[in-house]
Write a protein that binds this ligand. Structure first.
Ligand SMILES: Nc1ncnc2c1ncn2[C@@H]1O[C@H](COP(=O)(O)OP(=O)(O)OP(=O)(O)O)[C@@H](O)[C@H]1O
Length: 250
């Protein structure tokens, strides 16, 4: 479903993404993990046609994202990292806009919107302006917008961030049923337990490179994913020298 080859992006001297290769098969629930600044968002932005790569290629369902962006975007539903939504619309209007933009007819948009609003528990919020939503509610309406055109591939950058545990469990269930029906999910997250519970495959990206990828068992090698991640990331930093914080200087 997704084939990333030699993907690279630099910002000045910073090699944010440095020759990444990844293969995500159809029907996979694929997790991308990595420390802050590792290059996850930069990678996913290039995969989804939001950021032009310096080098490399991205094929989504055999369509080259950068040669045929419109065709490739039809196949994908995207939750970007920084949510730039038309937030002077209500949730209902934003869903309507997303559906119609994706070529759905009005009746289909209305019935899918109702399903999504109920699945994400947004009934109380749907007629209010998105600008007034909490962070978690904003994430949920953006997720609903990403799904409305029933794409083959969902690319979700930190979908669980700011989302409460009950809503996160709902989202996991929605995504698991989607994958069960043949959909493919690629998501980034810092929630190792969540990734370990729901993903069948995982890639660990550190300093713009894939240090490990494959099935969950291949990557964690008998350890907890979190321990393997810390090992790959070069261990934890011991917090030294912060004694001033305990001096309560008032
Ligand atoms: N538009 C930009 N201009 C300059 N540098 C950028 C830009 N976008 C990202 N970077 C840099 O690229 C590197 C990778 O950033 P990226 O956002 O991809 O990391 P990330 O793995 O998603 O991190 P996090 O887990 O904190 O979200 C960082 O060093 C970041 O400062």
């Amino acid at each position: 479903m997704l084939q990333i080859t030699g993907l690279s992006k630099s910002f000045g001297d910073n090699h944010a993404v440095d020759g990444i290769d990844l293969t995500v098969r159809t029907g996979s629930f694929y997790g991308i993990v990595g420390p802050n600044g590792a290059g996850k968002t930069t990678t996913l932005s290039m995969v989804t046609g939001l950021l032009r790569p310096d080098a490399g290629s991205v094929l989504v369902h055999d369509i080259d994202v950068w040669a045929k962006p419109a065709a490739a975007k039809r196949v994908m539903g995207v939750l970007p990292d920084r949510l730039r939504l038309f937030d002077r619309l209500t949730g209902a209007q934003l869903l309507y806009y997303s559906g119609v933009l994706r070529g759905l007819d009005t009746d289909t948009v209305r019935s899918r919107s109702a399903d999504l609003v109920s699945a994400f528990g947004l009934e109380e919020a749907v007629n209010r302006l998105v600008a007034d939503y909490s962070a978690g509610m904003t994430k949920k309406i953006a997720l609903a917008c990403a799904m409305i055109h029933s794409p083959r591939l969902l690319v979700l950058d930190e979908p669980f961030e700011s989302v409460d545990p009950v809503s996160a469990a709902n989202l996991v269930e929605i995504l698991q049923r989607y994958v069960g029906a043949g959909g493919t999910v690629v998501l980034s997250s810092h929630g190792m337990d969540m990734i370990e519970r729901v993903c069948d495959s995982v890639a660990v990206i550190i300093q713009g490179k894939v240090l490990a990828s494959g099935t969950l068992d291949e990557v964690r090698r008998g350890q907890r994913l979190e321990d393997r991640f810390v090992e790959l990331a070069g261990g934890r930093k011991v917090a030294e020298g912060m004694e001033w914080l305990h001096s309560f200087s008032d």
